[in-house]
Design a protein. Structure first.
Length: 62
């Protein structure tokens, strides 16, 4: 079993989910600074930032 193949697949999944999170942040009702901070969090910590945004941030922007 080649771990590199699975790592590449999971990397693509994380990238796709991060892109969805950033698109959601850009459509949200957060102000400019709030959007910048969330996008920075997603880019700096791809998995954790995305999870925190979808669990906490998305609810707060509604």
């Amino acid at each position: 079993m080649d771990v590199g193949v699975y790592g590449g697949f999971f990397g693509l999944v994380i990238l796709a989910l991060d892109i969805l999170a950033i698109a959601s942040i850009l459509k949200s009702s957060y102000g400019g600074v709030g959007k910048f901070i969330w996008i920075l969090a997603v880019l700096a910590l791809p998995v954790l930032g995305m999870l925190v945004y979808f669990l906490v941030g998305k609810r707060e922007s509604l």
